[in-house]
Each structure stands twice: as C-alpha cells, then as structure tokens.
Design a protein around this ligand. Structure first.
Ligand code: NAD
Length: 471
C-alpha cells in the first residue's frame, strides 16, 4: 500500500451501533478465530504495516491535534508501537506456551500441573489524548497478542489522530475482530454499558473512578493507567546542570502534557540558585529563538486545558522566575518556572499537565520526603537527583511511586521490557512488552489426573481412618 498522508474525517460512532459492534466482537471471539499464534502474528504484522503506511498521516494528525513535533510523533508514537510489535512478535510463541508449575515434587508432577495462557475474551481499550497513538495502540497490541477481540475508543480530543487510527484498524486488521469506536462521554458511556472481559483505561483519575465503579457492577477487571503529582527531588549533592537539562526536557516534551512529567520540584535551598541558572541555560539551548517559534515545541490540546493551566498560573502566589508568556489563539504556553512557597499552591496540589516547573525550596531531604508523601503518597513516577547513593536510596525507600528514573526524567518509561504502570491512586496493572501480553491474558491453572493414578489419589477419599499416618 502506498504511504498515505490523508487524514480521514473524524465522526462519532452512532450510539445505537455500539451494542452491535460489541456483540460482533464477542461472537468472533467465541468462534475461536483469534486464538491461533499465526492469526495473532499476522494481525500484529499488519498493524506494523498500517503504522508504516500511515506514518506521514499520523505525523500530520498529531501536528494538527497537539502541534506535536514530527520527531516526537515518529519516535514516541509510531516507532514506539512498531518496536513493541516487533518485540511481541519475536517472543509470542514462547509466551503463549504452557508453563509448567514451578517447584513441584514427583507426586504432583504426575498430574502435569501447568499454566495455560488464555485470552480474556473481548476487551475495551480507552485512550488518552496526549500520546494518542502510543496510549491507544500500545495496549491494543497487547490485546491482539493475547488472542482477544478488541475495541479501541481513542480520545476525541486528538480527533485527527483518532481518525487515522480508525482507518488503520479498519483497513489492516480483521474487521470481524477489531473495531474503533469514536466519541466522547455519551459514546464511552454506551461502551461501558456493554459486557467486557477487561477494560483498559488511560486517563485522568476522576474518570478512572467512574470506569472502575461501572466495571465493578459486573466484576469486570480493569487496568487503570492514571495521572498523579510526580515529584522531582533535587538534593544538595545533585549535579544541577544535569538535573536542569534532564528535567527541562521532561517538561518541554509535548508541552508538559505527559503523565510521567514531574509535576513539581522539591529542591534543596543550597542547590536552588545554580539549578535555576542551569534551567535557564538549558531552555535557551533547546529553543534558541524562544519556544514559540520553535518547530520542536507542542501546543496545549484545547482551549479548556489552556485556560485550566493559565488559571493555575494566574492564581499562584509564587514568583515567576523564567517564562510566563502565553498566546491563547495558538494555545501556546511558554515553559515557565515558578518559585512557590506553600504546599497549598495549586501548582503543587494539582496536576498541571502543562509546561510548568513549580520549585519549592526545602531545607533538607527529610522535609522533601515529608512533603512528597503529603502531596501524593502514590504518584505515577518520582525523579530523585543526587550524586550520593545514600540520598537516592533514602528517596526510593521512603517515597513510593509507579516507577522512578534516578537522575533523569522518565527514562524508565522508555524501556520496552519494563512493565509500565502506576500504584495506588496513579493506577493499577501494567503493560508494555510481556506485561501487555500478561495484562490481557488469563493465566489458567490446569491439572490432568490420569486414570492409572486412582490408586494413589484414593487416599483423599473418606473414610479417613488411619490415613493421616501414611502422609
Ligand atoms: P480523560 O480522563 O479526560 O480522558 C481519557 C479518556 O476517557 C478519553 O478517551 C475520554 O473520551 C474518556 N472519558 C472522558 N470523560 C469520560 C466520562 N465521563 N466517562 C467515560 N469516559 C470518559 O484524560 P485525558 O485528558 O485524555 O488525559 C489526561 C490525564 O490522563 C492526566 O491525568 C494524565 O496524567 C493521565 N494520563 C495517564 C497516563 C498513564 O499512562 N498513566 C497516560 C496519559 C495520560
């Protein structure tokens, strides 16, 4: 197929069509069609080609939706998913094979105890807007690999990208097994009224609660990939130049619309002046002519989110040290560094999901640990910065998080073989690579008792009499 740059029109799926789509996906699952290894590999390879053929369209669509730089779309969306597909395809045969029960003795070995890897059934994947391809097709890859039928509901906020993904799914994948439903709250509500074998949701914690409640009515399992208030903590023994460059990158990418971005920075008072100076140098180096004129700086997804972030800046009692300019028409917000002096500041208390760097100076690590645990005791990520191992060990031991990158911004989230997920209020379950397969797989314990074993197993039957002495 020739590479396509055409972005199809986005349109909501008619609500009354949704039950039929779900029923069709369920009927296909029951037909056993999606279970053979070759079928799964074929679908995954086709998806790889769909991503390749539509890469230019996806780049264009992400630009329209988010002003996302081409580099970020190619690496963080398209190639990201393609690499995941390659990894999954290489390993799938091994993953789907039965596993012998571990550490069994001879008498148990006679019943061949093993774990069968079975697809869960028909699953729903709900995506978020900020990495519209990766966060939608990433879990979808796991659903296909595990042998499920699946329906994707991308975010309507990144509608152009959603439309291209629908085109890819409909042109490249088995139309009886994989579907894309487009829409916002009404369509998602109707989707949630259907019966699923798993719901995989990425998005805000508030909506995550709604999804979990609805799923609980039918005991449907959920994976929730949510947001949080991720701290970066800079000790007085940190390399402030490295910390500044790496944290600057972690906030300018996608204009800070990254679930893994640091939400606030707790910085030792001694390190503050040098860190602010280095941050200013790093931002100038990244955007020599300013972020606004750079092709490498994204925009805020819509007016609502633009005004939400603007309000946080308008209402802060903190002092803007770097940046602060905005352009409503372009939905542009400059990378902005603010020194705040109170935990009650909404820049600390709320997830900005934008290019803001609130800095809260602290006296020492003890205070930083206390504050981080008070603000959000289970964030999605944590970024400890220090050249001293004892500092890092303390921070890792005394503050929990879904994942952590030491002396960096979210490197852990880019390692394809590390499970990605939150903890507590930042989510439950994980995915990527093998974890994606496991997330959509039922690990079914099975034994097979041969008839010739009857003499041996008869010990379990009453009357028990003196049988205990023979154990
Ligand atoms: P969102 O919750 O607004 O939307 C996510 C999805 O839920 C969309 O598909 C949307 O259509 C749907 N939705 C919205 N309201 C709904 C409702 N009332 N009922 C049913 N469905 C509904 O989230 P967002 O704005 O797209 O993303 C930003 C949030 O997501 C942030 O909190 C961010 O931290 C989090 N996030 C988490 C991850 C992660 O991997 N942990 C990744 C990206 C974003």
């Amino acid at each position: 197929m020739a590479p396509s740059t055409t972005i199809p029109a986005f349109s909501h799926t008619p609500i009354d069509a949704i039950p039929g789509i779900a029923a069709k996906a369920r009927a296909t699952f029951r037909s056993q069609k999606t279970k053979p290894l070759e079928y799964r590999l074929t679908q995954l390879r086709k998806l790889w080609w769909g991503l390749k053929d539509y890469e230019a369209a996806l780049v264009e669509a992400c630009k329209l939706d988010l002003g996302k730089p081409s580099f970020e779309t190619s690496t963080g969306e398209v190639m990201w998913c393609q690499n995941d597909i390659i990894f999954v395809c290489k390993n799938l045969k091994k993953w789907i094979a039965d596993e012998k029960a571990p550490d069994i003795d001879v008498k148990h070995a006679m019943v061949n105890p093993r774990i069968r890897k079975e697809p869960l059934g028909t699953v729903l994947v709900i995506g978020a807007f900020n990495f519209p391809v990766q966060l939608s097709l990433g879990p979808f890859i796991g659903a296909i690999a595990a042998g499920n039928t699946a329906i994707l509901k991308p975010s309507e906020l990144s509608s152009n990208t959603a439309a291209v993904m629908q085109r890819i799914i409909e042109e490249y994948l088995d139309p009886s097994a994989y579907f894309c439903v487009q829409g916002a709250v009404p369509e998602t509500t109707e989707l949630l009224n259907q019966k699923w074998d798993k719901i995989f949701y990425t998005g805000s914690p508030g909506v995550g609660i709604l999804i979990a409640k609805k799923a609980a009515e039918t005991l449907t399992p959920v994976t929730l990939e949510l947001g949080g208030k991720n701290p970066a903590i800079i000790s007085r023994f940190a390399d402030t130049r490295l910390a500044a460059r790496r944290l600057a990158w972690g906030k300018v990418i996608n204009s800070g619309q990254v679930c893994l971005s640091h939400n606030y920075i707790l910085i030792d008072k001694e390190a503050l002046p040098s860190f602010v100076n280095e941050l200013s140098i790093a931002l100038k180096e990244f955007f020599p002519n300013g972020a606004k004129s750079s092709p490498d700086y994204a925009r805020i997804v819509n007016e609502r989110h633009f005004h939400r972030i603007k309000k946080m800046l308008d209402e802060t009692h903190g002092k803007i040290l770097i940046g602060g300019t905005m352009d409503e028409k372009e939905k542009f917000i400059e990378p902005t560094v603010i020194q705040v002096d109170s935990l009650d500041d909404s820049l600390i208390k709320e997830e900005s999901f934008g290019p803001l760097f609130p800095l809260l100076p602290v006296d020492d690590l003890d205070q930083a640990i206390r504050i981080a645990n008070e603000v959000d005791s289970t964030p999605l990520a944590m970024y400890p910065f220090s050249q001293k191992k004892e500092d890092i060990d303390r921070l890792l031991n005394e503050i929990t998080s879904g994942g952590a990158s030491i002396n960096d911004s979210f490197f852990h989230g880019s390692i394809p073989t590390l499970p990605f997920g939150g903890v507590g209020s930042s989510g439950q379950g994980s995915y990527r690579g093998k974890a994606s397969f496991d997330t959509f797989t039922h690990h079914r314990s099975v034994t097979h008792t041969p008839s010739w074993l009857e003499k041996l197993v008869a010990i379990r039957y009453p009357p028990y009499g003196e049988k205990l002495s023979r154990y």
